[in-house]
Design a protein around this ligand. Structure first.
Ligand SMILES: Cc1cc2nc3c(=O)[nH]c(=O)nc-3n(C[C@H](O)[C@H](O)[C@H](O)COP(=O)(O)OP(=O)(O)OC[C@H]3O[C@@H](n4cnc5c(N)ncnc54)[C@H](O)[C@@H]3O)c2cc1C
Length: 488
C-alpha cells in the first residue's frame, strides 16, 4: 500500500505561497497513484499534484491529498528518427537535458528555469520567447492522463483529440498527467548578445528586432528610459561565458539586495537604484554561447512576487508606454526590477494564454525580502535523501539535524522582513488594469485576481474546457482554492 505522510508543509520556490496538505504522497508507480485516487474517492478528499513547486501562486496548493511526482521521473523512450522523447511527467527538465544530449537532441524552447517538471510546464503554460516558437506545451505530441475514476486516457491529435487540446495546458485540474511525449530538435548551441538601448528605440523598431533575432527579448528598467536588448541565436561558436562573480553576485545580487532593503524604508530610492544598476551592469555589450538549455535558463537570484500576462503582440507599445506613464504620474508607486518582455507564436491549446494569437508577455517583478531566519519546531517531515531532489528537503533548507523518516525536527524558516511587507498592490493593480484593457490573459502559474467571469471573456474556448473538465472530474477531485476562483 502506498505510504502517505501527515504534517508536511509545502512552500513554493519563492516562499510566497504554502499549504499543509492533510496527506502527502510520493508514489513510485501508476498503481500507487491509482491507490491514492481510490483513497481520495473513498474518503471524499481533494487531490493536488505538484511538480517542481516553482509556480509563484497557490495553483499547486491544497489542504487535501498532495501527490509529489518526483519519483516518477524516468525517460521511457527516445525515438531518434522522429526526434521524440517520452518521459514520466515528474521528470525535472534539468534531468532531461543531459539525457536528450546523449541522443543529440534538445528542446527547441524552454522557460528561464529547468528545476521544473514536464507535468508542471504543461500544467501552467510555461513560456519563453521567440515569435516563431510556440510556448513549450506546443511541443507535446502525446500524453497519458489518469482521471479521477482511475481510467488512463492516451491523448494525441489522433486519440482523445479534444482532451489532448485541453490537456496541453491543464492547470492540474483534469487528472494526473503520467507521461508526456515531446517533439525535440537536433541539439544546438545558442549565442546570447545583450546590449543597451532605450524604450522608444525598441518599441519603434519592434518588428525589426523580432526579425533580427530568433529568441529576442528585452528588459525595461522602470523609472527610466533604459532597456537591455537580448538576442539569442543559433551559433557554431565554442562555449564562452561573460559571467563574472564580482559583477553578477557581489554587485548584481548582494549590493542590489542591500540597496533594495534600504529602499524598503526609503521607497523614493528605487528609481535611482534601477538607473544606477543599469549603468553599472547593462551599459556594455555582453556575449556568451553554450548549449541551448544553458543559454535559455538563467539564475533568478531573488525571491520575488511576480505577475506575467500575455497580450496581443501588436499592443506591446501601447501597454508599456501606459505602464511607464502611470509610474511617472504616481511617484509613490515603485517598481523594483526590470519588466521582462518576451514574444511567442499563437497556438490552438484551449487555455493557452497565446490561444489563436501571437503574443507579448510582460513580466513584472517585486522584490521579496528573505528576512531573518527563525528556528521552528515541526512535528513531522518527510525526507528523502536518496533522490537528493526531494521537494520538501529543498524547500526547508537550511535545516538542523535532519534524518530520513518522520519525527520532530528543528527547522530554520524565513520570516517576513522585520515584520513588514513591501507594498506592491498599487503597482500590481495599475499593471492588471492595463493588461485587461489591452486584452491580456494572465500566466496561470503566476498570481492574478481574475475569476471565471474574466476568463470567459478572455478565452473563446473557456466553456469548452470547462465541459471537458466537468466530464473528466465531475466531483471536482482535482480542484483547490485557486481553481475554484477560475471555474466558479
Ligand atoms: C525562478 C523562476 C523562474 C521562472 N521562469 C519562468 C519562465 O521563464 N517562463 C514561465 O512561463 N514561467 C516561469 N516560471 C514559472 C514556472 O516555470 C511554472 O510555474 C511551471 O509550471 C513550474 O513547474 P513546476 O514543475 O514547478 O510545477 P508546479 O508549480 O509544481 O505545478 C504547476 C501546476 O501543474 C500541476 N501539475 C504538475 N505536475 C502535474 C502532473 N503530473 N499531473 C497533473 N498536474 C500536475 C500542478 O497541480 C499545478 O497546477 C518561473 C518560476 C520561477 C520560480
Amino acid at each position: 500500500q502506498v505510504h502517505g505522510y501527515k504534517g508536511v508543509k509545502f512552500q513554493n520556490w519563492a516562499r510566497t505561497y504554502g499549504c499543509c496538505p492533510e496527506m502527502y504522497y510520493q508514489p513510485t508507480s501508476v498503481e500507487e497513484v491509482r491507490e491514492v485516487l481510490a483513497l481520495a474517492r473513498q474518503q471524499n478528499k481533494r487531490v493536488k499534484v505538484v511538480g517542481g513547486g516553482h509556480s509563484p501562486s497557490d495553483i499547486a496548493c491544497t489542504d487535501g491529498f498532495m501527490i509529489h511526482m518526483g519519483k516518477m521521473n524516468r525517460v521511457l523512450q527516445v525515438d531518434t528518427e522522429k526526434k521524440q522523447v517520452t518521459v514520466e511527467a515528474g521528470i525535472l527538465l534539468s534531468d532531461l537535458h543531459p539525457q536528450l544530449g546523449k541522443h543529440g537532441l534538445a528542446l527547441s524552447n524552454l522557460g528561464a528555469v529547468s528545476d521544473v517538471t514536464a507535468g508542471g510546464v504543461i500544467g501552467s503554460g510555461t513560456h519563453n520567447t521567440g515569435i516563431k516558437h510556440g510556448i513549450p506545451p506546443t511541443l507535446v505530441v502525446a500524453l497519458t492522463l489518469l482521471t479521477a475514476d482511475g481510467t488512463i486516457l492516451e491523448c494525441s491529435e489522433s486519440s482523445n483529440a479534444e482532451v489532448f487540446q485541453a490537456a496541453r495546458v491543464h492547470l492540474g485540474c483534469l487528472g494526473v498527467i503520467l507521461t508526456i511525449t515531446l517533439q525535440c530538435v537536433p541539439q544546438f548551441h545558442l549565442q546570447e548578445i545583450s546590449f543597451p538601448s532605450t524604450l522608444d528605440e525598441v518599441l519603434d523598431n519592434l518588428d525589426s528586432h523580432l526579425k533580427k533575432s530568433e529568441y529576442f527579448r528585452f528588459l525595461w528598467f522602470p523609472h527610466s528610459e533604459n532597456v537591455s536588448v537580448i538576442y539569442q541565436d543559433h551559433t557554431n561558436k565554442p562555449p564562452s561565458s561573460s559571467a563574472n562573480w564580482f559583477w553578477d553576485y557581489a554587485i548584481g545580487f548582494y549590493l542590489l539586495e542591500f540597496l533594495l532593503w534600504i529602499s524598503s524604508f526609503l521607497p523614493g530610492l528605487v528609481g535611482w537604484i534601477n538607473r544606477f544598476f543599469f549603468w553599472l551592469l547593462f551599459t556594455r555589450k555582453r556575449e556568451s554561447s553554450n548549449l541551448s538549455h544553458e543559454i535559455f535558463t538563467y539564475e533568478c537570484r531573488f525571491k520575488q512576487h511576480v505577475q506575467d500576462w500575455a497580450i496581443p503582440r501588436e499592443k506591446t507599445k501601447e501597454a508599456l508606454l501606459e505602464l511607464k506613464a502611470v509610474l511617472e504620474t504616481h511617484p509613490k508607486m515603485v517598481a523594483h526590477f526590470p519588466v521582462e518582455v518576451r514574444f511567442t507564436r499563437g497556438d490552438d491549446i484551449l487555455l493557452s494564454p497565446c490561444f489563436q494569437r501571437d503574443s507579448c508577455y510582460m513580466n513584472i517583478i517585486m522584490y521579496r525580502e528573505g528576512g531573518p531566519w527563525v528556528a521552528q519546531s515541526v512535528k513531522h517531515l518527510t525526507l528523502d535523501f536518496g533522490s537528493g531532489r526531494d521537494l520538501m528537503v529543498r524547500e526547508f533548507e537550511p535545516c538542523v539535524g535532519l534524518r530520513a523518516g518522520t519525527g520532530p525536527y528543528l527547522l530554520l524558516l524565513p520570516t517576513r522582513p522585520y515584520g513588514k511587507d513591501i507594498p506592491r498592490l498599487d503597482y500590481w493593480l495599475a499593471y492588471e488594469t492595463i493588461m485587461k484593457k489591452v486584452g491580456g490573459r494572465p500566466h496561470w502559474a503566476k498570481a492574478h485576481n481574475c475569476t471565471r467571469k474574466d476568463f470567459e471573456k478572455m478565452y473563446p474556448a473557456f466553456t469548452k474546457f470547462c465541459a471537458i473538465r466537468e466530464k473528466l472530474d465531475p466531483t471536482g477531485m482535482f480542484l483547490n482554492a485557486y481553481l475554484e476562483k477560475v471555474f466558479y
